[in-house]
Design a protein around this ligand. Structure first.
Ligand code: GLY
Length: 348
């Protein structure tokens, strides 16, 4: 059954409809941040009155086997059965780990995602990727399993700081580049310094539709879903480098800088229009700044890219664009091309 995406107007009513009588026990998973900042927004929900609460540590450092085991344990201690239902209230860490815990507890119970960050609304909570980090690798263990529903309620955006809005917006920019029409122009026209939340809310709905259509066509990433990796081949390497150097950056910032590099390759290796690339680069430079790194980091960054789990036989696989909405999957580039893209990012 396809994942139901609900653009929420009254979250308690929607939860009442979703938390039907079929569930013998209800669990709500939060992390320490969403427990404090987001759960109070659901305090009037009758449907959650009897729910058992499970709270885990916040941030990606808790996306571990230990935390997963803790959630399984709490589901067991709380009387969870195969007929129970878990509500995952949080950012991508909570929806990824919670989705994996629910998918594996007693061979799988139903779960509902209520994403509370922009990044999770437009990306992590939609499309059925669940998992944890393992052995130093991000999202190394997990399964594809869609939540019963994703409830998008943009009142949670008010709990976010400016950096987290920008981080999620980078994935929206990616969706706009992947889709044709005027979506990209409207995204480049948005004032991220003073985000208009009602306007953003409409754009979130459009952005999710782009991802939904891609996931529907290729749920398990054998082909078209690889398009969603645009910006991520460079982005993941930059994110890892920043983490190693103790100056961690938000995922969306790394994706935005990754887009700069991959749009550059789209221009040099495909036929992506340079003028559109320049507009995107300006938007990214204005709102995401630049990432400071030296030429001596190039070899290491290249190595990180070669070890990305999305590659086959050690050859780096890129998603590039021939034009806006014209996707080129499984592209290759020489080491020299990649180093030129690093130069371009540093000079942009
Ligand atoms: N975040 C990319 C995907 O869901 O495939």
């Amino acid at each position: 059954m396809a994942q139901q995406i609900i653009l929420s107007t009254s979250i308690c009513d929607e939860l009442t409809a979703l938390c039907d009588t079929k569930a013998d026990k209800l669990f709500v998973l939060t992390d320490t941040t969403t427990h404090e900042k987001c759960l109070p927004l659901l305090s009037g929900c009758e449907a959650l009155k009897e729910a058992v609460h499970i709270v885990i540590g916040a941030t990606d450092t808790h996306k571990t086997l230990d935390t997963l085991a803790y959630v399984w344990q709490q589901l067991g201690h709380g009387g969870g059965s195969r007929h129970s239902l878990m509500v995952c209230l949080g950012g991508g860490m909570v929806t990824d780990l919670g989705g994996f815990a629910a998918s594996t507890f007693k061979r799988g119970i139903r779960f509902i995602n209520i994403p509370t960050t922009l990044l999770a609304m437009v990306d992590a909570a939609v499309g059925g990727k669940t998992g944890i980090n393992f052995g130093g690798l991000k999202n190394e263990i997990g399964v594809f399993n869609e939540s019963q529903a994703v409830v998008i309620n943009t009142q949670f955006l008010q709990t976010l700081d400016a950096e987290n809005i920008r981080s999620g917006y980078a994935e929206m920019l990616k969706h706009a580049l992947l889709s044709g029409g005027d979506l990209l122009a409207r995204h480049l026209d948005f004032d991220l310094a003073n985000p208009d939340l009602p306007r953003l809310q409409k754009m979130v709905a459009e952005s999710i539709k782009v991802k939904e259509a891609i996931v529907k066509a290729d749920p398990h990433e054998h082909g078209l879903r690889k398009a969603l990796n645009l910006g991520h081949t460079f982005g993941h390497a930059l994110e890892s480098l920043a983490l190693e150097q103790d100056r961690a950056v938000l995922h969306g910032y790394a994706v935005a800088w990754g887009l700069v590099c991959e749009l550059y390759l789209s221009c040099t290796l495909r036929q992506f229009p340079e003028s559109v690339m320049r507009q995107c680069v300006k938007f990214i430079r204005d709102y995401y700044g630049t990432f400071d790194f030296e030429c001596k980091a190039y070899d290491h960054l290249y190595d990180l890219m070669r070890h990305d789990k999305k590659n086959q036989a050690g050859v780096i696989n890129f998603t590039l664009l021939n034009g806006v909405g014209d996707i080129a999957l499984d592209c290759h580039a020489t080491q020299n091309d990649v180093y030129e893209a690093f130069d371009f990012l540093r000079e942009a």
